[in-house]
Write a protein that binds this ligand. Structure first.
Ligand code: HEM
Length: 452
């Protein structure tokens, strides 16, 4: 069996580059070896990166029992738990997916519109004026509030503050600049005899979150008004699988953590990128403001799609092969990981004219192809929060622009840097904001949910 070509650098060097310089590594390999190449980071063996839509189609339409996403995602188990949809494969994965999908149906999103608009407006009212500040921590505060309210269904302000504080502490232990390396690598998942080791701190912060989450699940089970509630936890509590079985407490905990982890930093980063790209492209920003003022959502939708094309939050999705697989003429061995490369396929000049330019217009008349535009992955593993994320962006971006005029800081666009597994702007999207004096009279919540 032969693997596609790739750099001959030793495993530790490839790992260091994948962690510290992922964009340069992917770009260089694509230039040198073409759209299908092999990397060998430590702990993974062979990872076959794919930037060819036909080969990506082969991956997404193959038997999911052969293309095992859960196995590729196993490194997230300490965070999301072993019952999470992310780390399961086969029938267990399908069971969780059937239980989780209904609350995320496109039309349901509408019911969260007012909630998202309230959270965004309240936060934007506190954004500093006339001095540089980073947008990403602000969008992250917004998406965290949205998840806690819309997904967990917490409304009591004191509990929200406590849950928010514990979640933030926990996520900082897991995704701070270097700490995530220490918490995601199995060999380092030990206390080393110290309560101050990264792993010990991670575990105690996780226990503190779990305590509140299990308490919330127990309270909700007792809630006489459960049937009338529309938050996602309440819907999941009422969901039944094909055998009529409800989800257990530990399944619910793991799925809540999954929705938090999968849905919160990702959407926050996508929003930060949208503002970074808009302030660097004044004509696009002006057109967006004009169209929003006229009550038009089409350009906003194109801005969101173009942001997710040019700055995809996740650079790859992974599948581990359970048996040999013939991919585009290569006979790949069982155990290899195949990785449709979102970052590279989104930059192919044959698919996107002037791929490095931010041109939302390209999405105005054309719907993107599923194997050429894949910010949410694909197959039976496609992101279940895609509509939710796009809808949240559709509400938050106008909420900011209605109140503020934004301008960039510095002349150079921000590069992509890694934060745990997501790509964020290197300076977290620095901008200067000024109060808008002329009204941008756009409706708070768009009439129709965006079909992602
Ligand atoms: C802009 C924001 C987001 C991006 C870019 C994003 C991207 C992704 C990607 C690339 C995957 C992997 C798909 C694959 O393996 O083919 C994924 C999976 C997933 N996402 Fe998202 N996501 C976002 C927001 C959300 C939100 C808001 C939620 C829920 C609240 C969510 C929940 C999930 C779940 C549960 C999965 C696992 C699906 C499965 O394994 O069957 N995501 N997402």
């Amino acid at each position: 069996m032969t693997l596609p070509p790739g750099p001959r650098l030793p495993g530790p060097v490839q790992t260091a580059l994948w962690v510290g310089r992922p964009v340069e590594l992917m770009d260089r390999c694509a230039r040198r070896y073409g759209p299908i190449f092999t990397l060998r980071p430590l702990g993974i063996g062979a990872a076959v990166f794919i930037a060819d839509p036909a080969a990506i189609k082969q991956v997404f339409t193959a038997d999911p029992n052969v293309m095992r996403a859960g196995e590729s995602n196993a490194f997230m188990e300490p965070v999301v738990g072993n019952r999470s949809i992310l780390v399961l494969d086969g029938s267990e994965h399908l069971r969780q997916r059937r239980l989780l999908l209904p609350p995320f149906h496109g039309e349901r999103m509408q019911s969260y519109g007012e909630l998202i608009a309230d959270v965004a407006e309240r936060d934007v009212a506190e954004w500093p004026l006339g001095e540089p500040f980073a947008v990403r921590p602000r969008t992250q505060a917004i998406t965290l509030q949205v998840i806690m309210r819309a997904v967990f269904g917490v409304t009591d302000e004191e509990r929200l503050a406590e849950l928010g504080a514990r979640l933030t502490t926990w996520m900082d232990t897991g995704s701070g600049r270097a700490r995530w390396v220490a918490t995601l690598i199995p060999a380092l998942q030990r206390s080393f005899g110290s309560e101050r080791s990264p792993w010990s701190q991670f575990v105690s912060a996780r226990d503190a979150v779990d305590e509140l989450v299990y308490d919330e699940i127990a309270r909700r089970r007792e809630d006489a008004g459960l049937a009338e509630r529309d938050d996602i936890l309440s819907l999941l509590l009422q969901a039944r699988d094909e055998d009529g079985e409800p989800m257990s407490d530990s399944e619910l905990r793991d799925e809540l953590m999954t929705l938090l982890v999968a849905g919160h930093e990702t959407t926050a980063s996508a929003l930060a990128w949208a503002f970074e790209l808009l302030v660097r492209n004044p004509s696009a920003l002006e057109r967006l403001e004009r169209e929003l003022a006229a009550g038009e959502d089409a350009y906003l939708d194109a801005v969101i799609r173009e942001t997710l094309r040019l700055r995809p939050v996740l650079p790859i999705v992974g599948r581990t092969l359970s048996e040999p697989f013939d991919l585009a003429g290569w006979e790949l061995p069982a155990g290899a990981m195949v990785a449709p490369c979102i970052h590279l396929v989104h930059r192919r000049p044959d698919l996107y004219a002037e791929p490095e330019r931010f041109r939302p217009e390209r999405f105005l008349d054309a719907q993107p192809d599923s194997y050429a535009w894949l910010p949410f992955g694909g197959s039976v593993r496609r992101c279940i929060g895609a509509s939710f994320a796009m809808f949240e962006m559709t509400v938050v971006i106008p909420a900011v622009l209605r109140r503020l005029r934004l301008r960039p800081v510095g002349r150079r666009p921000e590069r992509m840097r890694r934060r745990a597994i997501t790509f964020v702007p290197e300076h977290d999207a620095l901008v200067v904001a000024a109060r808008r004096t002329t009204a941008l009279g756009h409706k708070r919540v768009p009439a129709a949910a965006v079909a992602a």
